[in-house]
Design a binder for this molecule. Structure first.
Ligand code: SF4
Length: 330
């Protein structure tokens, strides 16, 4: 089953995307394993899961900062996994990343004006004053004072640096933004401000974005749909409100139960995650979540990998007992 929505407005189509890294002694790390999903134009897809579940690798594969082992990514009708360097370079400005650590992603020797001005220049704008005015506009959009444009990154706080990163991404007027844990390194109060900036920009420009986070409550603030990843696979995907209010997969339920604000307390005792994420070098057979699943499992859980299937309209989960799990937690 494909995690798709209306086909007309699809910007990105991911099909069977897989990425393995060699891990020595003939073994492989299965970082992303057969992911299939669509991203609609103008939507923000939240990608959530524990550290090591493959969400960052999937984000990098989508904009081809990482080479896929197999599978395909269609971006606006172009299959990008096989593009040559020159063609890929031409496409690059249309796909921008916002990184977790704003400091290391900004050149410390360049002023903000130079950092944000470069993509403006690459987009074809010429003339120092015109570029300066455009940089000022972009800084205002992300809530920064344009008069600070001649400062260097180290003269800004972490939250301000992340705003600079967002302004730089916007400067390319991209079709797709991939934000990889953009607030993970910030204080909670600053996180809320940056999320608000992203939400506002998303609304204003109808940006298409993938928002990656280990924190499902963070993702829920900015996403129209949420995909939950576990050990390289998408185990649930659906409209954000449906995933938050009525999660289908036991793993998604456990992630939500761990968040007091949006988890339902009565559910908590039954859905606490035990143990660590298994190694992606030795993925458990059958359902890869079976070593931590708190449901009364059936034999297939250990032998047969469950496929994603539509349980409610547009809401898919990969679990043999999804109906039972859903009833149990109602
Ligand atoms: Fe748990 Fe089985 Fe469902 Fe996997 S398939 S989540 S082990 S009940």
């Amino acid at each position: 089953m494909c995690c798709s929505m209306n086909a007309d407005g699809v910007l990105v189509e991911v099909r069977g995307l897989t990425k393995s890294f060699p891990a020595g002694r003939g073994r492989s790390v299965h970082a992303v394993d057969g992911v299939t999903l669509d991203i609609a134009r103008g939507e923000t897809l939240g990608l959530v899961g524990e550290s090591g579940c493959g969400k960052t690798t999937l984000g990098r594969l989508i904009c081809r900062l990482e080479e896929a082992s197999s599978g395909s990514v269609m971006f606006d009708g172009v299959e990008i996994t096989r593009l040559r360097d020159k063609e890929l370079r031409a496409l690059r400005p249309r796909m921008q990343m916002i990184f977790q650590d704003p400091f290391s992603s900004l050149n410390p020797h360049k002023t903000v004006e130079q950092i944000v001005g470069l993509p403006v220049w690459l987009r074809g704008m010429r003339g120092r004053e015109a570029i300066r005015a455009r940089v000022g506009q972009l800084l205002q959009l992300v809530g920064l004072d344009p008069s600070q444009a001649r400062r260097f990154p180290h003269q800004f706080s972490g939250g301000q640096r992340q705003r600079i990163g967002i302004a730089r991404a916007l400067a390319c007027e991209p079709d797709l933004i991939i934000a990889d844990e953009p607030v993970a390194s910030l204080d909670v109060s600053i996180q809320a401000q940056i999320l608000e900036v992203l939400r506002r920009l998303q609304e204003r420009f109808r940006l298409t974005a993938v928002f990656i986070s280990h924190d499902i409550s963070v993702v829920s603030h900015v996403s129209q749909r949420i995909a939950v990843m576990y050990l390289g696979r998408v185990v649930e995907v659906g409209p954000a409100q449906a995933v938050i209010r009525e999660p289908l997969h036991p793993y998604a339920r456990a992630l939500l139960a761990a968040v007091p604000r949006i988890g339902r307390s009565a559910e908590r005792a039954a859905t606490v995650l035990s143990g660590d994420l298994p190694s992606p070098i030795a993925v458990p057979p059958g359902c890869r979540f079976h070593t931590r699943c708190y449901l009364d499992q059936v034999p297939e859980c250990r032998t047969l990998e469950p496929e994603l299937r539509e349980v409610r309209p547009g809401h898919l989960a990969a679990c043999h007992l999804v109906e039972e799990a859903t009833q149990r937690c109602q």
